[in-house]
Design a protein around this ligand. Structure first.
Ligand code: HEM
Length: 510
């Protein structure tokens, strides 16, 4: 009798599960979107591909197999076509960020959770958080802070001067440079990553751990509140070394808060200049009509720490890697720099204005970010209430749609058959219409109202550093036949970029 009941119960459970998965698989609007079967019924596929650290490759492979629309999850559609960028991300379009982003909320050391400019999902709240600080990130404002970057460039050069003849972990040096720049620009405190040649306060490791957790748990964000999103679990996790490595959000906010504290005590200010760094510029608004609270200041400071170094370091690594792999482009860029040097039109270090007059440099930067966008996961958004038409497909309200910058940047219909090649000339030789078209498909910095706030910081840092290093040094890969290693946890981070760096005879005073 008991056996019969168990068998009957099991049978009913199986029928129930089959009906449940059938309903998911054949969800209205998504049933015809091709994709791997398991991905269409379980989030497990996304968790696994994210945990493998290779999601961008998986998405590229999926689109090669299934076409421009791929069902990558029970409720997730990945799109490869840039023509949908404006529809999904455009300013004024009501496609809010998905719950994936809420895992990126910050938490104070006392356990108080708050959304950051990056993670906030409510569009109105986003606008009011962004409005008071946006102008501080304009290029006009940032070039006034150029001297803070110059100091970092000089430190890097003097350090590299002493490494002659050695194989240098150049990728790590570029990360230290980017971190010293972002903390200098934000707080006027250079942390001394380059001077001490260490990961100061373990902050780089802390960010890395958090990204691993966020990118994986972000695939199943409802679990976050039962995992490290729960203060009790987070406190217990500190006792387990492996989990403690992932449980770093409080230490990142603590790092930003301690910089703010030093800053407000005036310890980091070398002069009385009232417009000295980004924090001054955020605060300046407070004295006129707009108000920024201390909580919001911490919010922006933490954002800069979190988002401001990995991204730039990744793009710089990419630039040097592709130049070293493509000698012709390297020589051409060096010629552009040397010619300007001979004409006497370069300062030391090179200014942003001078770098902007180097078209080949700018094309190389763009091409490096196209071939290797810093973000390697889908920029997820939610289809609004009324549903939406995407070409042939109508997607119901609540569907999560998005474009992975790696996928759209390798779209043959936009960039042609040599899409996988590093060819900066594509940006210079294109007709104005073709150039505009490529630009519209360029998603390395995101797009629309939620596009990257720190874009100009990175462009400033890269534009100045790259030509100055090429002017001073001969740089080559230590082992040209070995490739770098890529690991994707939101950011596509490269390791093993070792270079031999030799001083060049130079026209400038050293
Ligand atoms: C080459 C360097 C960089 C790249 C490639 C990059 C990429 C991106 C991308 C793709 C997004 C959009 C994410 C999405 O839609 O889900 C984004 C947003 C953002 N980035 Fe960057 N980023 C870079 C540098 C920076 C820097 C230096 C900072 C800070 C100082 C920064 C701060 C932010 C913030 C705050 C957002 C959210 C903006 C908002 O939602 O309003 N980024 N970035």
């Amino acid at each position: 009798m008991l056996q019969a009941i168990t068998r009957y119960g099991l049978f009913l459970a199986l029928i129930g599960a089959a009906a449940y998965f059938f309903r998911i698989r054949y969800r209205k609007g998504l049933q015809d979107i091709p994709g791997p079967f398991w991905a269409s019924i379980l989030s497990f596929d996304r968790v696994i591909t994210t945990a493998s650290g290779k999601q961008q490759h998986k998405h590229l492979q999926y689109h090669n197999t299934y076409g421009p629309f791929v069902r990558v999850g029970p409720n997730h559609v990945s799109i490869s076509r840039g023509e949908f960028i404006t529809q999904i991300y455009g300013i004024g379009n009501a496609y809010p960020k998905s719950e994936f982003y809420s895992v990126f909320d910050a938490v104070t050391p006392h356990g108080v959770r708050f959304p950051t400019l990056f993670s906030i999902r409510d569009e109105k709240a986003h606008k009011s958080l962004k409005r008071p600080v946006a102008s501080a990130f304009s290029m006009t404002s940032l070039v006034e802070l150029e001297p803070l970057t110059d100091i970092c460039i000089e430190i890097l050069i003097s350090k590299l001067n002493r490494k002659k003849g050695q194989s240098v972990d150049f990728g790590t040096w570029l990360h230290w440079y980017a971190f010293d720049v972002i903390t200098s620009l934000t707080f006027s405190t250079r942390q001394g990553f380059m001077e001490t040649e260490t990961d100061v306060d373990g902050i780089i490791n802390a960010i890395e751990g958090r990204l691993v957790y966020n990118s994986i748990i972000g695939q199943v964000p409802f679990l976050h509140k039962f995992l490290l999103g729960n203060n009790f679990i987070a406190a217990c996790a500190q006792a387990v070394p492996l989990l403690a490595k992932l449980n770093t959000v409080r230490s990142i906010v603590k790092f930003a808060a301690s910089q703010l504290e030093k800053r407000s005590m005036g310890k980091s200010l070398p002069s009385n200049d009232q417009n000295h760094d980004l924090l001054d510029r955020f605060r300046r608004v407070r004295d006129s009509e707009e108000v920024i609270t201390n909580g919001d200041l911490l919010n922006h400071a933490a954002s800069n720490v979190f988002a401001g170094s990995d991204t730039t370091a990744i793009s710089l690594r990419s630039m040097f890697y592709y130049l070293c792999k493509n000698k012709r482009c390297y020589e051409k860029l060096r010629e552009e720099i040397d010619n300007m040097d001979k004409e006497g039109s370069l300062s030391s270090p090179i200014t942003f204005g001078e770098a902007s007059r180097m078209p080949y440099l700018q094309a190389c930067m763009k091409e490096a970010m196209r071939l290797h966008p810093a973000v390697g996961q889908m920029l997820e958004r939610v289809v609004p209430e009324q549903g939406a038409q995407f070409g042939q497909h109508w997607l119901p309200s609540g569907t999560i749609v998005g474009i992975n910058p790696w996928v759209v940047s390798r779209e043959r219909t936009v960039y042609g058959e040599d899409v996988d090649d590093f060819r900066p000339e594509r940006w210079l030789d294109a007709t104005p219409e073709a150039a505009k078209y490529m630009q519209r498909n360029f998603l390395a910095f995101g797009s629309g109202g939620r596009s990257c706030l720190g874009k100009n910081i990175s462009l400033l840092e890269m534009s100045k550093l790259v030509p100055q290093l090429l002017r001073r040094f001969d740089i080559e890969l230590s082992s040209p036949m070995t490739d770098w290693t890529l690991n994707t946890y939101w950011f596509v981070k490269q390791t093993d970029l070792f270079c031999n760096i030799k001083k060049r005879p130079t026209m400038e005073q050293s």
